[in-house]
Design a protein around this ligand. Structure first.
Ligand code: FMN
Length: 292
């Protein structure tokens, strides 16, 4: 059973990628995911950012709520961390306040990564995330495309995703990554205080899977470029569902919290079993099956 897939020019031995932000800030933790088709590193910007205070992550009934505030060591320290890393493929997630910052960070990391993921989707980071203006997306993507010669993906959140994806495609994006966490809040009713220090955060995990699947399904009508599905995947069946909706590959973040670092190896095995039982020769044959 062949699990190989590709996202535009990026070829992978299986469709499972580690999502940005989960155990992907140090080389040691990233190298625990050698079974993933690719890993996406924690979003990095030009300079160091400390992020928000604690609590910044809380476990809820059906997922995690987090507001980290894009903490990162800045692009130069990041490059030292990933130098010589031993993983299948590495995708560098970047953020920027405008097209210039995006292009500068992309250019700096190009030598060390296989593809760039432009994060325009964090739901609690203002214009560094989902607040990045829709009318500036096309220019920012073309600025990055002009500065590098590797594939460029654009990660979007659920809000206004159709228009934002079309803008990314116009700018020359090689793929859309959908979705980031969903803007959410939880309140401690004993103290009458929002639990996260930032008050508002992003919800991830099983609760958001139907939202992600819906976004991927609708996006595959909106754009002609490949889509990477992300949000709530914890099983092989979840992967199949996203791929039937139209995803060429998927990312897993919170699923690692539930199933541990072996999740990539285990889901690869479960995918092969599922394909065999359902008489599909290749995972690629599943892509878009629900759209037929
Ligand atoms: C603790 C945490 C940190 C995250 N940090 C980032 C980040 O830096 N950049 C980004 O694009 N997405 C980030 N995300 C979002 C994930 O990459 C993913 O889009 C989202 O969690 C939905 O997938 P999941 O349900 O598999 O976790 C983060 C998610 C979590 C839970």
């Amino acid at each position: 059973m062949c699990l190989e897939t590709s996202v535009g020019p990026l070829k992978m031995k299986n469709p499972l990628m580690l999502a940005s932000g989960v155990l992907d800030m140090t080389r040691g933790s990233m190298e625990r995911f050698r079974e993933a088709g690719a890993i996406v590193t924690k979003s990095v910007g030009m300079g160091e950012r400390k992020g928000y205070g604690n609590p910044s992550v809380v476990e809820l009934e059906h997922g995690l709520l987090n507001a980290m505030g894009l903490p990162n060591p800045g692009v130069d320290e990041y490059l030292k961390e990933i130098e010589g890393i031993d993983v299948q493929k590495i995708v560098g997630s970047i953020f920027g306040k405008d097209e210039h910052e995006f292009a500068r960070v992309a250019k700096k990391i190009e030598v060390a990564v296989d593809a760039i993921e432009m994060n325009m989707s964090c739901p609690h980071a203002g214009s560094y995330g989902a607040g990045f203006p829709t009318d500036k997306i096309s220019d920012a993507v073309s600025a990055v495309k002009e500065s590098v010669n590797i594939p460029v993906f654009v990660k979007l959140g659920m809000e206004n995703i159709g228009r934002r994806a079309r803008a990314a495609e116009e700018g020359g994006a090689d793929a859309i990554v959908a979705i980031n966490t969903v803007r959410a809040m939880s309140i401690d009713i004993e103290t009458a205080v929002p639990i996260l220090s930032n008050k508002v955060g992003g919800y991830s995990g099983p609760a958001i899977k139907p939202i992600g699947v819906r976004c991927v399904y609708e996006l595959s009508e909106e754009v002609d470029i490949p889509i990477i599905g992300v949000g709530g995947i914890t099983t092989a069946e979840d992967v199949i569902e996203y791929m039937m909706a139209g995803a060429s590959a998927v990312q897993i973040g919170t699923g690692v919290y539930y199933r541990g670092e072996k999740i990539f190896e285990e889901i690869s095995k479960e995918l092969r079993e599922w394909l065999e039982a359902h008489e599909y020769g290749r995972i690629k044959d599943v892509i878009g099956a629900a759209r037929a």
